[in-house]
Design a protein around this ligand. Structure first.
Ligand code: AMP
Length: 396
């Protein structure tokens, strides 16, 4: 792997694609700085070598050009504190200010560029725009796993201008190493836990996992499509009727491949989609009309805990129920705790995908599992077996 450890940055200017797409409150204060903190080791390695750093990122989804609320200048004070130095800020990522500040950058200094997505050229992957960014530096570093599945200017196209001088930062390195542990030469038994709202968004990852796992646990809203496909009664639960056949295909493919599929035997159902709804436990295939399943039940939890804690490798993507509502969070919480237990017993446990990451953070258990991936869409595409343009751009 081409990583920054193989480069001496002494006297060099490195342009680093980071993922500083952090949540801000209405006073432009950062409400979760984990993405910024994660990037600090990469920045420090370059500065430690005697190099200088130009940071570039997107923030939010600006529509037409610059928008105050999406300015990266809001991040400057906090980033200065984390790095313990004075930061330079260019109010335009490719304009004159960027040029001037980049040219004046000395060893040990850091320059932050304004939001890349103030230019449409960024997401279009425009070559001229990429070249302008590239002209600011001697070396290109990609440390933004979350956008590695996009062929944008700063994530992919820019690499063309650094044929010999490009590398992955530490976040990327750890992501790729950790994900490879659940993709290649995995320790068995290997259990995948897939939840979340819909089957349709997870089919490819499920199909890819069927060639690798011993057990596949299905939970979340998508369980009801599987239950209905097998003739169960699911009341008003979330279902994708267009995917009943797909669900049956997945089940039969699992049988052929010798993968044990675990579908929740019981569910917590509610009489409306609300935390205050009346609720009860029932068999997941006998949900009365007008009721809907919002979490897995206690028997499912017991069974799944047993399977997970016996595993040597566990991958978890997607919540088991509507965990945003406290009365329907028990299934998701139990799975998180089971992963922690498996980790304590020596298993490699990886959590990836937006909502299961939110759940593990909410429980403050992120440090108790082996790895929590930062990439939502990028992780899923990588796991589906796709080649991510941002990764290929560094490798080739
Ligand atoms: P995904 O982004 O596909 O991983 O789905 C995550 C979302 O699925 C979360 O917002 C959950 O609230 C939702 N979800 C999980 N279980 C259910 C369920 N039984 N019914 C409806 N939505 C669910």
């Amino acid at each position: 792997m081409r990583t920054i450890d193989k480069i001496n940055f002494s006297g060099k200017r490195a342009i680093v694609r980071v993922d500083f797409n952090v949540p801000l409150n209405k006073d432009f204060q950062i409400t979760d700085d984990s993405r910024i903190r994660a990037a600090v080791p990469t920045i420090q390695k370059i500065l430690g070598d005697g190099g200088s750093v130009i940071l570039m990122s997107h923030l939010g989804r600006p529509k037409e050009g610059p928008e105050e609320k999406f300015s990266l200048k809001h991040l400057v004070p906090h980033l200065q504190k984390l790095l313990g130095l004075d930061l330079k800020f260019a109010d335009d990522c490719v304009g004159k200010s960027a040029r001037k500040l980049a040219d004046g950058l000395k060893a040990g200094e850091v320059l932050l560029l304004e939001n890349l997505r103030f230019y449409k050229e960024e997401t279009r992957g425009d070559e001229g725009f990429s070249e302008k960014l590239a002209s600011l530096a001697d070396i290109y570093v990609n440390d933004a796993f979350g956008t590695a599945h996009r062929a944008h200017a700063s994530t992919t196209i820019i690499a063309r201008f650094f044929p010999q001088a490009k590398a992955f930062g530490y976040i990327m390195e750890r992501e790729l190493e950790s994900i490879d542990k659940v993709l290649k030469d995995t320790q068995k038994p290997y259990v995948a836990v897939i939840g979340g709202a819909k089957v349709s968004t997870k089919i490819e990852i499920i199909n890819n996992l069927l060639d690798k796992v011993d057990d596949l646990i299905i939970g979340g809203g998508m369980m009801f499509t599987f239950i209905k496909a097998q003739g169960g009664k699911i009341g008003n639960s979330l279902v994708e009727d267009d995917y009943l056949e797909t669900a049956r295909e997945i089940l039969s493919s699992a049988r052929e491949k010798g993968v044990r599929i675990h579908i929740p035997p019981d569910a917590i159902i509610a009489d409306s989609f609300s935390n205050d709804a009346r609720s009860k436990e029932v068999a997941a295939s006998r949900i009365p009309d007008e009721w809907l399943g919002l979490d897995i039940g206690p028997e499912s939890i017991r069974k799944f805990e047993e399977v997970i804690t016996e595993a040597k490798t566990v991958l978890w993507n997607g919540p088991m129920g509507v965990f945003e509502m406290s009365n329907f969070a028990a299934g998701t919480t139990a799975i998180a705790r089971a992963l922690v237990k498996a980790t304590e017993k020596g298993a490699f446990t990886l959590i990836g995908g937006g909502d299961s990451v939110a759940a593990i953070n909410q429980l403050q258990l992120a440090d108790a599992v082996s790895y929590v991936s930062t990439g939502g869409g990028a992780l899923l595409e990588y796991m589906e077996g796709k080649i991510l343009p941002g990764i290929q751009a560094i490798n080739e």
